[in-house]
Design a protein around this ligand. Structure first.
Ligand code: GLA
Ligand code: ZN
Length: 669
């Protein structure tokens, strides 16, 4: 059963590592005082604390954690309690090397860093289960503890013998017979036919590396492995208190696992967002992370938690630039606007040493609350207290963008076009951007059976290369029933198991879209290709399909540069009660912006604010509250209809809102 987080406040706080400061009792005391000053109400404790919790095999030391949690709770600060499986003690790696991961070249890692475990190792599982269970027995009913933070940023995979064995079991269950597997993986190619299950090894740089279908199955298997591991940890902690929800922190643009699938295993979605503010175009930086916030909200169709963000800068970008004044509040309101019920940081206090000693933190090496960062963090804490009514509220969207991890893998592993550079995520983001900048709310869906498109008015399906889960039927029914569908080049090329559809493409959708693909062209950077519409001419590519569109209305044709000059490039087709657009070539941002502006007008899509805002200013609505955010890097004036109150400043705004650089308002009518 899924447990929701039932707080009456936005979580504000972050990763707290008292285990690094056990020799500094005065600092641990001071932490709590500073947390209260910063309006911190929840901290994530123990994420990498295994060595402190189990200094010797089987000998737990909880005394320090007892003191930490009690001290926090006395000050009214809650705890997001972590299981320590993200990093293991040296004694364990030394005694049981099988807990360490085997790499793509089949060599085993040595002890060090973190996120380095084999998910199949019975020893590792046993050790994790034991410590999780001990933690849960001790703290599972502590009034301070709100949530379990399972491990940390799960990622990667292992190729040890145990994992290889599980991979074979996974394939056996999936395909039933070797004949079926051989058929799906098309192993007649290069004489790769398997005659014994034992011949199958994980894909590797030293072995099988050239089977796209196998790679996609490997990623599915890795997802399953991770789900399995999470389930094991979840069972261990919830055995002691089934009411306490679990989360695990997810990552930006992460590709190793299918997050829609992973999210089924946890109660609350949380993730870590580290935008590179000030690196160039802040609007694009914001849009990139906004998409991810909306995606995280969409994973379970419920509010999510921003588990980590930096209060100032990170230490792992190429350039680690601190946030400029105002950016901390602005960048913290962005996730809240899009459905977050928290603003949490990495990290509360900078360590004295270690790889992250120079990563931004609420409290720096000076140890005081007298810094700009500390003041801006406090401001966010205060702001969140003014938004309490928004807590747990959902966002309603009329638009759904299809984004599917399995489709992403299929594109990544397909050897074609601009190989290794299909730009699926960038393309999804470009379509999203054209909607998001207009103030339109967007949900994401993947192609699982549970996906239901019927509540949407617009469905955008960029590069739907793989069709699975019966999505083609859903898209057909959606358009037939009056919905508006936007599809692009590279739609309906392969099926779930990687085999190309035979016959016309876009498979099963040619009549819906009113087009048929004749050829796919890929261009070099120096090649020109353009799209000509009534609005003018714009550059397209490098992917350009040559299509036949006998039944569709041609809205745009190819310019004169290539051999398919004058043929259809952008089409519109009436289907049933609805319509379907097809973009045969990759369009640039300006073209997409223009396209979706017109479409939004035609469909009268709901926007956070009517009219057009200055470039770089975005409005997004959550439950009737409008977040007006200035990412333009300059002061901006926005025209408003009616009288509004800015929940952050308490001031009334009418006719015009003046937004300073990095300004943000949360407006209520
Ligand atoms: C990740 C990790 C944290 C920390 C931060 C630094 O999100 O989960 O432990 O390393 O990055 O930005
Ligand atoms: Zn393994």
């Amino acid at each position: 059963m899924s447990q929701a987080l039932k707080t009456s406040f936005f979580l504000h706080g972050g990763d707290y590592n008292p285990d690094q400061w056990l020799e500094y009792p005065e600092i641990l005391e001071k932490d709590v005082e500073l947390m209260r000053r910063a309006h911190v109400n929840c901290v994530s404790v123990g994420i990498f604390a295994w060595a402190a919790l189990e200094p010797e095999e089987g000998k737990y030391d909880f005394a320090w954690l007892d003191r930490v949690i009690d001290r926090l709770w006395k000050a009214g600060i809650h705890v997001d309690l972590a299981t320590p499986s993200g990093a293991r003690p040296a004694w364990m790696a030394q005694k049981y090397p099988e807990v360490l991961r085997v790499r793509e070249d089949f060599t085993r890692n040595h002890f060090g860093t973190r996120h380095n475990h084999c998910p199949s190792s019975p020893v590792y599982r046993e050790k994790v289960r034991a410590i999780d269970s001990a933690l849960a027995e001790r703290y599972g009913h502590h009034p301070a503890v709100l949530l379990w933070h399972i491990s940390n940023e799960f990622g990667g995979d292992c190729r040890c013998e145990l994992c290889a064995k599980r991979f074979r079991e996974f394939l056996r269950e999936k395909y039933g017979s070797l004949a079926e597997l051989n058929r799906s993986w098309w192993t007649a190619f290069w004489s790769m036919r398997y005659t014994d299950w034992e011949q199958i090894e994980p894909p590797s740089t030293r072995g099988q590396s050239a089977s796209p279908a196998m790679w996609v199955d490997w990623r599915r298997f890795s997802t399953k492995q991770c789900r399995d591991f999470i389930r094991m940890e979840k069972e261990a902690v919830q055995k002691w208190n089934p009411e306490l929800p679990v989360t695990t922190n997810l990552m930006h643009r992460f590709g190793d696992y299918d997050y829609f699938s992973l999210a089924e295993e946890i109660d609350v979605v949380s993730w870590d967002s580290y935008p590179a503010w000030g690196s160039g175009d802040d609007l694009q930086v914001a849009c990139d992370h906004a998409m991810e916030h909306d995606l995280m909200r969409s994973l379970k169709r419920q509010p999510f938690l921003l588990m980590e963000s930096t209060p100032s800068m990170v230490n792992w970008h190429t350039v680690n630039k601190p946030k400029r004044p105002g950016m901390h509040l602005l960048s913290s309101m962005l996730p809240v606007a899009l459905g977050s019920d928290s603003v949490m940081y990495f990290q509360w206090r900078k360590g004295r040493g270690g790889a992250e000693m120079f990563h931004g933190a609420v409290v720096g090496h000076d140890g005081t609350g007298e810094t700009r960062t500390f003041r801006e963090v406090t401001q966010v804490g205060e702001a969140l207290e003014k938004l309490t009514q928004l807590l747990h509220s959902e966002r309603r969207a009329e638009v759904c963008v299809l984004y599917d991890w399995q489709n992403r893998w299929a594109l990544d592993y397909a050897q074609m076009g601009r190989r290794g550079d299909q730009k699926y995520l960038e393309t999804v983001n470009a379509h999203y951007r054209a909607l998001w900048t207009q103030g339109i709310a967007v949900d994401f869906c993947d192609m699982r059976e549970v996906t239901d498109l019927s509540s949407y008015r617009l469905v955008v399906a960029p590069m739907l290369f793989m069709l699975r889960g019966g999505i083609e039927e859903k898209l057909r029914a959606f358009a037939e029933g009056g919905g508006c569908l936007v599809a692009t080049y590279l739609t309906g090329v392969i099926g779930e198991n990687g085999l190309a559809w035979l016959g016309e493409t876009p498979h099963a959708l040619t009549d819906v879209l009113g087009v048929r693909v004749l050829e796919m062209d890929t261009l070099y950077d120096q090649d020109a290709c353009s799209l000509v519409t009534r609005d003018g001419e714009e550059r397209v590519g490098p992917v350009c399909e040559v299509i036949d569109a006998p039944d569709a209305d041609v809205i745009g044709t190819y310019g004169p540069e290539q051999f398919y000059a004058g043929t259809p490039c952008l089409t519109r087709h009436a289907f049933g009660h609805g319509k379907a657009f097809y973009m045969a070539a990759r369009m640039g941002q300006e073209g997409l912006d223009r396209f979706y502006r017109k479409l939004a007008e035609e469909l009268r899509l709901k926007k956070a604010l009517p009219g057009r805002l200055p470039e770089g200013v975005v409005a997004q609505e959550r439950a009737g509250w409008v977040f007006l955010m200035n990412f333009s890097g300059a002061e901006q004036r926005c025209r408003l209809d009616g009288r509004w109150t800015d929940a952050l400043s308490g001031e009334t705004v009418s006719a015009e809102a003046l937004l300073p650089v990095n300004g943000v308002m949360v407006l209520r009518k």
